[in-house]
Design a protein around this ligand. Structure first.
Ligand SMILES: Nc1ncnc2c1ncn2[C@@H]1O[C@H](COP(=O)(O)OP(=O)(O)OP(=O)(O)O)[C@@H](O)[C@H]1O
Length: 690
């Protein structure tokens, strides 16, 4: 596994930055390794050290596969590995492995699947030019297949397109049958197994015709690639070491892939925290981490238990929250940060008071020297921050929200990418439909004809030169077709391609959308960002696979110099940490969400979600609980109901918090006020008109 003569060590001084448990994990041998890392115990760093350690000992970076949860995490890990290796001198690491670091295979399962399928997919009958459908494109495709099959005709209860895709996705990722998925996760759709199977079959066939893969396919095809012994051997031969971060959030398909990639587990490292498994709605299963030692006999289990993030009172509270969870690896998380304030459990009258109180506390912390960027407000569901956002805007407090509408979901960004996708893969009918309808006078029917015209002429975009489009489209059509043909050639540098699209698209954008100036700026940024990708297909695949929240998210920190508060869903807060964390809407029905209280397993996942939220805090933690929820808009009247505090804070847990009640403003008395002499007002009014 190692190149001979390169067996070096990282200098001991570098390992001294690790504690004993971290060091044992980073330097463990080649046996299957499970690192069970509690919240805030430095697993990212430990994994980076492990990679650096392997490379220092002679492993070829090009033969290491590092699977992370997001593109950002992969980039961060790469940076850390580089900096660790750079800290060693030439004498200590004579083979200078830093120069080879760009060969490291790193990324999300989906991104790596995409890369491997382009290399090994020929044998599966998928070429290297497939395009990747994002979620909403996949829904649209499924919807059009459903209409063609007339499955929804006359039956208003037939599942909506989003539900159909969710069922399909669950079947794929959990490797379950349609019947089981309907029974366990979608019981209200259980009357339609046969229709759904027919739909999914046609959906799969359609994707194959169009040479498109959706997210789930990237794993599914990779999984099947690994089921064929000969093909699997080819993939296996690429990697000596496979390391997986956030293993608690992998699904059955992903663990199936790993088992074929490293059947005996030699050279396999996984890191995770079973207490932070929060993605079962994407079919992730906490069983993967709990059963890893059974899947890979001879596993070394290394635990990380020293928490470096939170002060003792916060850690005591979060330990108490997770102690209520029945099945887990036992970890004794401890910290040496002994001082610090008790976390607060704050009861407020209602949502408005919650915003008032929260903004007051945030500003107090700013005055005490904690910038907005080091403070985050976390919530279960994206719309939970609506009222707060209005109030923050009113008071001119800048904020950035994670987990809301993604950059790629914005219509103008989708339009632009659809043009590039169509150039990449003219068989991509969903992109074609979208793009064609940007042209005046072209609606769904004409677009369909144009797609048929193209398909009957071998998808050569030149065929559109002879397509007879409606008169309203005459002016735009020739430049549009010329642009498509030129993009298809893929000769221009990527930023020039985006510029070409922008030029064509600017007038469309002006006509169709509000806020054109802001939208145009997004597209300008996309042009700049495109310079960072090596090819058009890489850019399209990566943006689709790991959608950024905004163009700023893509461009990274330098563009964001100003201070701003973070608002985030709990899911999007995974892996992050802030000095002050405020968890809002801690009422039953919100946490646990009443959408997710079907089974005991669902409740446990919600508990873990709550735990993830609380463990993001370093120095200050506040959990806010509004007593009243109004049925409709507040101004419409006072129809409200009383909420219950989240069930995850029973008395034995909430006693770890300082309890604060924010008093309601003094009620105004209805008793008539009688002071002084009778007023002159009545007389004055009576005399007004003479
Ligand atoms: N050996 C160490 N000495 C000092 N600080 C450390 C050490 N290891 C980790 N840290 C710090 O602890 C904090 C938590 O580390 P990190 O974010 O890697 O934790 P994590 O295990 O990924 O947490 P989580 O799973 O909760 O997201 C970071 O601020 C990190 O710099």
């Amino acid at each position: 596994m190692r190149a001979s003569g390169m067996d070096a060590e990282l200098p001991d001084s570098l390992y001294s930055k690790l504690n004993d448990q971290q060091r044992a994990a980073a330097t463990a041998g080649d046996a299957p390794l499970l690192i069970v890392a509690g919240a805030g115990t430095g697993k990212t760093n430990t994994l980076a050290y492990r990679v650096a350690h392997l490379i220092a000992k002679g492993a070829d970076p090009g033969r290491i596969l590092l699977l992370t949860f997001s593109r950002r995490a992969a980039a961060e890990m790469g940076k850390r590995v580089r900096s660790i290796l750079e800290s060693a001198s030439a004498a200590q690491l004579p083979h200078r492995p830093v120069s080879l670091l760009s060969k490291l295979w790193s990324g999300t399962f989906h991104a790596v699947g995409n890369r491997l399928l382009r290399l090994h997919g020929q044998a599966l009958g998928i070429g290297d030019s497939f395009t990747v459908l994002d979620r909403s494109d996949a829904e649209d495709l499924l919807n059009s297949v459903r209409s063609e099959l007339e499955l929804d005709k006359g039956d208003v209860r037939f599942p909506r397109k989003e539900t159909c895709l969710a069922i399909y996705s669950r079947c794929v990722n959990a490797t379950d049958t349609v019947e089981d998925v309907l029974k366990n996760q979608f019981p209200w759709c259980s009357g339609y197994p046969e229709q759904l199977k027919k739909l999914f079959k046609a959906f799969v066939a359609r994707k194959q015709e169009q040479n498109t893969l959706d997210y789930d396919d990237l794993l599914l095809y990779w999984f099947h690639l690994m089921q064929d012994e000969e093909l699997a051997a080819g993939v296996r031969a690429r990697f000596d070491h496979v390391l997986v971060d956030e293993y608690q959030d992998t699904n059955r398909l992903q663990s199936g892939i790993l088992r074929k990639l490293k059947p005996d587990g030699v050279g396999l490292t996984v890191v995770g925290d079973d207490a932070q498994s929060i993605y079962s709605f994407r079919a992730a299963t906490v069983h993967n981490i709990l059963e890893f030692p059974q899947h890979f006999p001879g596993t070394t289990v290394a635990k990380l238990e020293q928490n470096y993030r939170s002060v003792q009172p916060i850690l005591s509270a979060t330990n108490a929250v997770i102690a209520e969870c029945p099945h887990r690896y036992n970890k004794d998380l401890f910290t040496t940060k002994k001082g610090g304030a008790l976390p607060r459990l704050v009861t407020v009258q209602d949502e408005d008071k919650q915003s008032d109180y929260l903004i007051g506390r945030i500003l107090q912390h700013v005055e005490a020297g904690i910038p907005l960027k080091k403070q985050a407000v976390l919530f279960r569901t994206s719309h939970h921050s609506d009222a707060l956002e209005v109030e923050l805007s009113r008071r001119n407090i800048p904020f950035v929200k994670y987990g809301g509408l993604k950059f790629l979901e914005a219509a103008h960004v989708k339009d632009t990418l659809a043009i590039l996708r169509l150039a990449e893969n003219p068989k991509d009918a969903i992109s074609a439909q979208r793009v064609l309808q940007l042209i005046d006078g072209i609606g769904p029917a004409v677009a369909k004809k144009a797609v048929q015209h193209l398909s009957s002429r071998h998808f050569d975009l030149k065929a559109w030169e002879s397509f007879s489009c409606p008169s309203a489209a005459w002016e735009q059509w020739p430049p549009f077709v010329a642009m498509m043909i030129s993009l298809r050639n893929d000769k221009l540098p990527l930023p020039d391609q985006v510029a070409k699209v922008r030029e064509f698209y600017a007038p469309v954008l002006e006509k169709r959308y509000d806020n054109p100036t802001v939208r145009k700026r997004d597209l300008e940024q996309m042009e700049q960002i495109s310079a960072g990708f090596t090819s058009r297909s890489q850019m399209l695949a990566e943006l689709t696979l790991d959608p950024p929240n905004s163009t700023q998210d893509l461009a990274g920190p330098p563009l964001r110099e100003e201070d701003y508060l973070i608002l985030s869903t709990i899911h999007s807060a995974k892996g992050c940490e802030w000095d002050c964390v405020y968890v809002i809407h801690a009422a039953d029905g919100n946490i646990p969400s009443d959408m997710a209280t079907g089974t005991a397993e669902d409740i446990e996942e919600e508990r873990r979600l709550f735990y993830v939220a609380l463990t993001r805090a370093k120095d200050f933690l506040e959990v806010l609980f509004p007593l009243k929820y109004y049925a409709k808009k507040h101004a419409m009247g006072d129809r409200h109901s009383y909420a219950q505090l989240t069930r995850f804070l029973p008395e034995n847990v909430s006693e770890k918090f300082e309890k604060v009640k924010v008093a309601a403003p003094e009620a105004v008395s209805d008793t008539p006020v009688r002071v002084g002499q009778p007023s002159e007002v009545k007389r004055k009014i009576a005399a007004m008109f003479g």
